[in-house]
Ligand binder design. Structure first.
Ligand code: IPD
Length: 323
């Protein structure tokens, strides 16, 4: 297996950030073209179904990124959303691997909702090492390197701000949480009904007689349409939890590093032991949960609270097999 030393890792980290910005410029160009075409047919094509969208720009951005990687890191493996859809379904091997979603939040991109990004992760020794998530619409760059923290760079914060953006607050119970969930692209009856029951239990008032059974009445549920940015917002502290079934390694790989380096705890399905280590099983498991860093209290460490709240969360939701 190819070993990377500290200076190679640091160079690679810089490369990923530069690459994300260059790819972001193409995303903006694409958005302009799509908005100019609005009302005309054909700006997006369907993949699995009518809500699983891909545009020529997803493909263009991935081709650009792949080419840059080939020129600079020819020995690295590559896993990318559009290459995967086109049949290039590389497994995670021992080789250092780029794991890329060229446009995460394609539906937002198509609709002109400025919540989309490029997500560039690097997997090393089968676990996420580097994460870079760039939203070109807001010019917000989130980046993290395992063991070295994660940061936000934006026009408001030109010198990197360490994440989370404020000292982690306590989070005593699920009912105090703002939680990101997504509609996803599996709209089958079975999944929609399980989601509806889950969302009702999370949001509903279960305290009174005749209320929502098992209702946790969380502060709110948010459905913003980009897994990578959801991870970044949990890392920042603006979102407390993000949970989704059905997304893919390229949606989450970069975000995992950014969130973990900000004190977040990432895990997989309810069956996965709460170890806080994202291995190949979690990365490819297509079920993800992340909870932000939480302050210690007199009775419980932040880590204990994170684990307790994840357990409480899994007692509340229903799980299904990702399609
Ligand atoms: C999607 C987004 C969305 C999530 C889906 C992903 P894409 O990625 O992250 O928020 O709900 O599971 O597939 O298709 O826009 O790259």
């Amino acid at each position: 297996m190819q070993k990377l030393d500290a200076s190679e890792i640091s160079e690679l980290y810089g490369f990923c950030q530069k690459l994300a910005r260059s790819a972001g410029a193409i995303i903006l160009q694409g958005s302009k073209a799509i908005l100019e075409q609005k009302g005309q047919q054909g700006s997006a094509n369907e993949k699995k179904n009518a809500v699983d969208l891909v545009t020529e720009w997803d493909v263009k951005v991935e081709e650009f990124v792949k080419q840059q990687i080939k020129e600079n890191y020819p020995n690295f493996a590559f896993i990318g959303e559009e290459s995967y859809s086109a049949g290039d379904q590389n497994p995670i091997t021992a080789a250092p691997t780029f794991c890329v979603d060229p446009i995460d939040g394609t539906t937002n991109f198509v609709h002109g909702f400025p919540y989309a990004c490029i997500s560039i992760g690097v997997i090393y020794e089968k676990s996420p090492l580097i994460g870079v998530v760039y939203n070109p619409f807001l010019d917000q760059l989130y980046h993290g390197l395992k063991g070295h923290g994660s940061y936000l760079v934006s026009p408001l914060h030109p010198s990197p701000l360490r994440l989370p953006l404020s000292n982690p607050a306590p989070l005593h119970s699920l009912s105090e949480a703002q939680i990101a969930v997504e509609w996803g692209s599996d709209r089958s009856k079975e999944v929609m009904e399980a989601k509806a029951r889950t969302f009702a239990r999370l949001a509903g008032d279960g305290s009174s007689k005749g209320g929502v059974e098992g209702g946790r009445m969380v502060h709110s549920l948010r459905s913003l349409g980009s897994a990578a940015l959801n991870f970044a917002y949990v890392a920042s502290g603006g979102m407390d939890i993000y949970w989704e079934i059905g997304c893919w390694p390229w949606d989450v790989c970069a975000g995992v590093v950014i969130a973990q380096e900000a004190g977040g705890f990432v895990s997989g399905s309810s069956k996965v032991p709460l170890m806080g280590v994202v291995d190949e099983q979690i990365l490819t498991g297509r079920k993800y949960i992340v909870i932000r860093g939480i302050a210690d209290t007199s009775g419980e460490t932040g880590l204990e609270t994170q684990k307790r709240l994840i357990k409480e969360f899994y007692e509340t939701v229903e799980e299904w097999a990702p399609n």
